[in-house]
Design a protein around this ligand. Structure first.
Ligand code: F6P
Length: 328
């Protein structure tokens, strides 16, 4: 049995995601509810190294549930990857009398937590917050649903102009290693083709599919390309290649970029963040550590941090089939 938890530190790390503020609020208020102190750690692991802390009470997190970004800021710390950096962080933690950490972020964040836990036997619980949804052990990560809605809204707008000009658009969406955003937003926005890293469609099949679209009398076509797509060309090279091979198409490219990470979180993300934040605090109070809290079939579940990092969250291939049928 570890020592009694009296003070919890909470941080956001890695790429930000809408709903991170809702998760911070949930952690702070759950601490308040259970009469323990909560400390906000600014700028992720870099702030941990530098002792950039502030005590947060229930009222400090008023009116943030609806705000995008993270009030605690985020960073990717190179220094924390070194044992010297982690030693500095541990010193700061001891100085501030923090007994446990809640880490909100993606796999890089969890890897940091795992190593820290191993080296210092320090209690850590992870909450998955990334728009990419690429974390094993949870059906959804915080921010993913909001990002999907953002992408669908933007692609609807692109469709308007594409249709007016009879154009083909390549729209690049985020997802460094995973095609969740591309696949789900692609189906939601009625894309003609969806290119994701998990499935290599191949250039020939893409050309064939686009030829068929043109023949079937479509006034516009949208191809959603995940930034991590493995087709071997950038979205601009891909557009040039298609224009050269299919001169019947006038092609344009739109890279959505970081706007996908911003904006007010959806209701789904706010509820998810609230549930995960409360459970993270309760797990620490129960003496649990080295776990990630996630949601599986609408039930809050836990996965070892190591499994969450090493496991592979698989896309739903059924959606590719649905997309094929819909784009007839
Ligand atoms: O948040 C995840 C992610 O959006 C990836 O899809 C993307 O590759 C990456 O972050 C880019 O983030 P940054 O510009 O902050 O390095």
């Amino acid at each position: 049995m570890g020592k009694k938890i009296k003070k919890i530190g909470v941080m956001t790390s890695g790429g930000d995601a809408p709903g991170m503020n809702a998760a911070i609020r949930a952690v702070v208020r759950a601490c308040s509810y259970y009469n323990i102190e909560c400390v906000g750690i600014y700028r992720g692991y870099q702030g941990l190294i530098e002792g950039d802390f502030k005590t947060l009470s229930a009222r400090h997190v008023s009116n943030i549930i609806n705000r995008g970004g993270t009030i605690l800021k985020s960073a990717r710390s190179k220094e924390f990857r070194t044992s010297e950096g982690r030693a500095k962080a541990y010193k700061e933690i001891q100085k501030a009398k923090i007994d446990a950490l809640v880490l909100i972020g993606g796999d890089g964040t969890f890897t940091g937590g795992m190593i820290f836990n191993k080296e210092y036997n320090f209690p850590c619980i992870g909450i998955p917050g990334t728009i990419d949804n690429d974390i094993f052990g949870t059906n959804y990560t915080i921010g993913y649903d909001t990002a999907l809605n953002t992408v669908v809204e933007v692609v609807d707008k692109i469709r308007d102009t594409a249709s007016s000009h009879n154009r083909l658009f390549f729209v690049e969406v985020m997802g460094r290693d995973a095609g969740f955003i591309a696949l789900n937003a692609g189906v939601g926005a009625g894309a003609e083709e969806i290119l994701i890293p998990e499935e290599d469609l191949g250039l020939d099949r893409l050309l064939e599919a686009l030829k068929r679209s043109k023949r079937s009398g479509k006034s516009s076509s949208i191809v959603i390309v995940s930034e991590g797509d493995k087709i071997g060309k950038s979205v601009f090279e891909l557009a040039d290649y298609v224009e050269e091979n299919l001169p019947q198409y006038e092609v344009r490219v739109s890279v959505l970029g970081h706007m996908q990470r911003g904006g007010s979180p959806s209701c789904f993300d706010r509820v998810l963040a609230s549930r995960l934040g409360v459970r993270a605090v309760e797990l620490l109070l129960d003496g649990k550590t080295n776990l990630m809290v996630g949601i599986v079939n609408n039930i809050i579940d836990t996965t070892e941090l190591e499994k969450a990092v090493k496991g592979h969250h698989k896309i739903n291939k059924e959606l590719l089939r649905v997309s094929d049928i819909m784009s007839i």
